[in-house]
Design a protein around this ligand. Structure first.
Ligand code: CP3
Length: 344
């Protein structure tokens, strides 16, 4: 079995650097687009056979070292009873704006939606048959609260900011409720067989370090700590939040994801090499030339030399416009260079 990814996360020696790609199953793949002509995005997330098919699409084609469950971070908000649509960006038509809206949120323990995800995980473990490990994931409470309050993506994020600073008690009550739903989701995924988890705190970068410590970190910490007894590696990723790296280094995790806005070496220094690092090629580089991809990838492998451990990835999700051959060039470059003692 290919356990490079799990070995790197355990800070054990590897024959070459493991690599996977955030959003590796997605619109840049023609076979994904073909499936999307017949099925909606939510269907792909909730019909186990379809979830399995999409999750596996990039694995053989690209030679990746891990599969990531095809799903979305907004599943727990839907499980709590909020309406969630994808057009293709997420839209929540009835956002949470005030204390009185909290009563619309239900419990998720044992819900049908998590059951369907668990079923897909069971099927995937059988299909993968040890070929590569399967990653589960969830959104961190701060990021999910941002979606719940904004009702979707945003440029100014005024609604979540108004709640955080105008009515922090309600913000904390919302974060508490979401944390319970996220923890239940991760526990269900772990019980069903995922072999690593990643917690995405995609909007934590909205916050300055002190507010990060107030509204984001404690909820992520509680969830990551609570799943510690499962004994599987935990990755935390908060793109755009490198000003908070010092605050992340004591999180109960095995690895921290690094976006491309900070050199990997600098991130390692600020984390004091206490954790394994994951990343951090600018997804935009995959829109450029093969030479550029090779050069930048080699640069990251150099910056990772001597790290506690390194998992190669992009610094955020792969862009839908990426030519498949460029994604392949990235993976092949990692295989070739890191196998020559390029990193270890
Ligand atoms: O990495 C993978 O291959 C697993 C699949 C995955 C998806 N979403 C599929 C998806 C994962 C890990 C996510 C996580 C997710 N979802 C995050 C955290 C990662 C990040 O980007 O910071 C966030 C913020 C979301 C919320 C979300 N869902 C957004 C912003 C969008 C629109 C994305 C876009 O490119 O337009 C979605 C929809 C979504 N989730 C798509 C996919 C493949 C596109 C839907 C489509 O095919 O039309």
């Amino acid at each position: 079995m290919n356990d490079r990814f799990l070995r790197a996360l355990a800070a054990e020696p590897v024959d070459r650097t493991p690599v996977w790609i955030m959003r590796q199953a997605g619109r840049y793949l023609p076979e994904y687009r073909a499936l999307k002509e017949r099925h909606g995005f939510w269907e792909l997330c909730t019909v186990p056979e379809l979830t399995v098919e999409v999750t596996l699409q990039p694995i053989d084609r690209l030679g990746l070292d891990a599969a990531i469950l095809f799903s979305d971070i907004l599943v727990p908000l839907a499980a709590m009873g909020l309406e969630v649509e994808f057009r293709p960006g997420p839209v929540l038509p009835d956002p949470i704006r005030a204390a009185s809206d909290l009563s619309r949120l239900g419990e998720t323990e044992g819900c049908a939606l998590y059951g369907r995800v668990a079923e897909a995980i069971g099927l995937l473990r059988r299909e993968l048959d040890g070929k590569v490990p399967l990653i589960g994931f969830a959104g961190a409470p701060f990021t999910l609260a941002t979606y719940a309050v904004e009702g979707g993506g945003s440029k100014s994020f005024s609604a979540i900011r108004a709640l955080l600073f105008g009515d922090p008690a309600t913000a904390h009550r919302l974060l508490e409720r979401i944390a319970v739903a996220v923890l239940a989701s991760l526990r269900a995924q772990i019980e069903a067989g995922v072999q690593a988890v990643q917690l995405f705190d995609s909007w934590a970068g909205l916050l300055g370090p002190d507010d990060y410590d107030r509204f984001a970190r404690p909820y992520a910490e509680r969830i990551l700590g609570a799943i510690g007894d499962a004994g599987i590696p935990r990755i935390y990723f908060a793109p755009g939040a490198s000003s908070c790296l010092e605050r992340m280094r004591t999180l109960p995790v095995e690895a921290i994801g690094i976006d491309w806005r900070i050199p990997l070496g600098e991130a390692r220094r600020r984390l004091e090499d206490r954790t394994v690092v994951q990343g951090n090629l600018d997804p935009g580089v995959l829109l450029g030339s093969r030479e550029g991809i090779e050069e930048r990838t080699a640069g990251i492998l150099r910056e990772a030399r001597g790290a506690k451990g390194h998992v190669m990835n992009l610094g955020h999700g792969i862009l839908p416009e990426t030519p498949v051959e460029n994604a392949l060039a990235f993976v092949e470059t990692v295989h070739r260079l890191s196998g020559q003692g390029g990193e270890q």
